[in-house]
Design a protein around this ligand. Structure first.
Ligand code: WT7
Length: 666
């Protein structure tokens, strides 16, 4: 392209606010008829049979939606099925046994390929091993594993025997593991000796063992995958710890019949951050969740079984559950799994993988896209990315500039982008364009999916005008929704639901789901998500509770009080700022700062590491003693300060401001 043409193109892209999918894309898309929105509305809730039809049921359900006890909705009641059967057996039986299910790319360039037959075999063998270890239906099995194939294998083996899994992100700390095992009363753990990060082996078993020491009930058995081989750290397995390979060798060729699960039986638990210190155990079910993951993979990601599809998230988060494992495998496609980081050994690693496997569909996060942008277009330009047909993003708002960069430099202006808004709790995508139907508007996720009733409301629950910011709400249940918080129905209702009984009828329509996000809607119904409205920070697309981090900080010796806020960050979206008051007799010095950072990493993991620790003699408080976080945010962002007149101690803000500016300069 000539320089002139390049300049012209840049100018056009900078102005263009709407993009259409190409006719070629629309023609081949799984969903391309705009009528689908009306169809779903007119035929609600039966429209959701479209989702249920994508999976195989042992017994058909009698009711699509049981809304007799809102907000405890049930979906596909009476139906029986097994998720592992749906992701494996049916493909093996239907002539797809030699199709590749998982393409795994190790950080060092070693690869492993599992056909559906291979995966079926290993899942069966591991399911047999779990049974032998004493795992029974409904026992929660904790999986504390990085991005190795044994993780999806263990998930599907659990699903096969009806044991809900609880995956704990490998980057989380020992303490975080213990908290989650304690909360779920989980007596089984699958983990590994270690894994590679930027070329170096990392000791994972040491952390897992430390976590096990913090479990307050008996642990029946631990399974340890040998990932590092000769690079391992030489740990001896403890009494009730078993090597993965030994267990499989004992069960070579074993087959385990998939257990028939009720549609509403728990498929898995996933812990996520909330506004209090305790993480929330989000419960997802077998029928509704699997149908919804499969449906959105089909309709939004446009996955067909002939595709090679890649979601670069970690399976330790919900994105990986729904869109690396359950959705893609239920549809019988090839899903790529990458162990490492995008810049190892070089900054073109992801593009190299896309070229190598001729990836058709690529799904990633804005935080990654911003990093690619910063590294420059010369890295993707080194590779042939022409296999790509569709791009996706998830995790946080994407700014139009990053959207356009992604569109141009990765998609060659030829691939639609789906900007998908959803949450751990929603199980699957909720607000996004259908790539074969709608125009795209950079920065705006799009309309709610067919059958999803989302609105933007004010504090009184009244819908706000177009263009005005308000709270995003969901006004009808959907199959992928969380059913409750594990063993805490009360908190489930209190945290997410609001009943508006001022309407005339008292049916389920009165119940409204609050995701705790701010948003606005345009005249054309496109929703722009603005970010969290609660005390949750979104760092690189990962949710962290400010209370969680604060309680880790006040646990450090020498700390009297702490307030944590999120500050804007070019790459991470938000970064953690910690304002700390020291205890009498302790100095706010580098030693304490180091111990605070360590304390946070120990309690949660490196992901929650404070970007800045700011020592201050006081925190800005209202007359009633409430910390004014908004001001602390303004300070961290270098913004004009909001109103300080309601403060008990207005002077302190200026002092803090000076300190922060000084620290940010160094
Ligand atoms: C929160 C959910 C969904 C899987 C990954 C995160 C934010 C998510 C978008 C988007 C703007 C987004 C919201 C949401 N978020 N996707 N496309 N545009 N914001 O799952 O950890 O449960 O976090 O991520 O704030 O509430 P999660």
């Amino acid at each position: 392209m000539s320089e002139e043409a390049q300049v012209e193109l840049e100018a056009r892209l900078a102005e263009q606010e709407e993009f259409e999918p190409s006719a070629e894309f629309v023609e081949q898309a799984n969903v391309s008829d705009p009528e689908i929105y009306d169809e779903f509305e007119e035929n609600w809730p039966e429209c959701w049979e479209r989702a249920a039809d994508l999976i195989d049921w042992d017994d058909d359900y009698d009711t699509v939606l049981d809304d007799s006890n809102p907000p405890f909705y049930e979906w596909f009641t009476g139906g029986k099925l097994n998720a592992s059967y749906n992701c494996l057996d049916r493909h093996v039986e239907n002539g797809d046994k030699n199709r590749v299910a998982i393409k795994w790319e190790g950080e060092h360039g070693t690869t492993r390929t599992y056909t559906y037959q291979d995966l079926y075999r290993e899942v069966n063998e591991f399911a047999a091993a779990l049974r032998e270890l004493g795992v029974e239906e409904d026992d929660v099995v904790t999986l504390y594993m990085p991005m190795i194939p044994e993780l999806p294998i263990a998930m599907l083996a659990c699903a096969r025997i009806g044991a809900p899994h609880s995956v704990v992100f490998a980057g989380f700390s020992a303490e975080a593991l213990a908290t989650r095992m304690n909360s779920a009363n989980s007596e089984f753990l699958v983990t590994c000796d270690g894994y590679y990060r930027r070329g170096d082996p990392l000791d994972h078993l040491d952390k897992a063992n430390e976590g096990l020491d913090g479990v307050d009930h008996g642990v029946e058995a631990t399974v340890v995958v040998d990932r590092l081989g000769d690079d391992g750290f030489g740990h001896d397995l403890r009494g009730n710890q078993h090597g993965w390979d030994d267990l499989l060798a004992d069960h070579t060729g074993d087959r385990v019949d998939p257990v028939q699960r009720d549609a509403e039986d728990m498929l898995f638990l996933m812990y996520t951050s909330g506004t209090t210190g305790q993480p929330k155990g989000v419960k997802h079910t077998t029928g509704g969740y699997l149908s919804y993951a499969a449906w959105t993979s089909h309709a939004v990601l446009d996955i067909e079984k002939e595709d090679t599809y890649w979601c670069s998230a970690d399976i330790g988060w919900i994105t990986g559950h729904s869109y690396i494992v359950y959705g893609p495998l239920a549809l019988g496609t090839t899903t790529v799994m990458y162990e490492g980081t995008p810049d190892f050994p070089n900054r073109d690693r992801l593009w190299e993988i896309i070229e190598k496997y001729s990836v058709d569909i690529f799904y990633t996060a804005p935080t990654a896209i911003r990093a690619f942008m910063k590294w420059g277009s010369r890295f993707p330009e080194q590779h042939d990315l022409s296999s790509l047909r569709l791009l996706g993003t998830v995790g946080e708002p994407i700014n139009p500039r990053a959207w356009k960069w992604y569109y141009k430099h990765i998609g060659n202006e030829d691939c639609p982008i789906v900007d998908t808004w959803w949450q751990t709790e929603t199980g699957g995508m909720m607000v996004t364009t259908l790539p074969g139907v709608g125009k795209m508007k950079p920065g705006s996720a799009g309309p709610p999916l067919p059958g999803i009733d989302a609105q933007i409301v004010d504090t009184g629950g009244k819908e706000v005008e177009a263009g005005r910011a308000g709270y995003l709400t969901v006004n009808k249940p959907w199959p992928g929704m969380l059913r409750t918080l594990y063993k805490n129905d009360e908190r489930f209702v209190q945290e997410y639901w609001q009943e508006y009984s001022d309407t005339d009828s008292d049916d389920s329509d009165d119940w409204v789901y609050f995701p705790e996000d701010g948003a606005k809607v345009d005249d054309d119904g496109y929703i722009t998500v603005l970010g969290r409205v609660d005390d949750v920070i979104n760092v690189s697309g990962h949710r962290l509770g400010t209370m969680e981090i604060e309680s880790a900080i006040v646990g450090v010796e020498g700390v009297a009080e702490a307030a944590v806020v999120g500050a804007n960050h070019d790459l991470k979206g938000e970064a953690v700022y910690a304002y700390v008051i020291t205890e009498d007799g302790h100095d706010g010095d580098d030693d304490l700062r180091g111990r605070i950072i360590e304390g946070v990493e120990d309690a949660i993991g490196p992901i929650a590491r404070p970007e800045e620790v700011v020592f201050t003699p006081e925190l800005p408080k209202t007359r009633s003693g409430k910390i004014m976080r908004r001001l602390l945010e303004d300070v961290a962002n270098g913004d004009e300060l909001g109103n300080t007149s309601t403060l008990r101690n207005p002077d302190v803000v200026e002092d803090i401001q000076q300190k922060v500016q000084q620290q940010q300069r160094t």
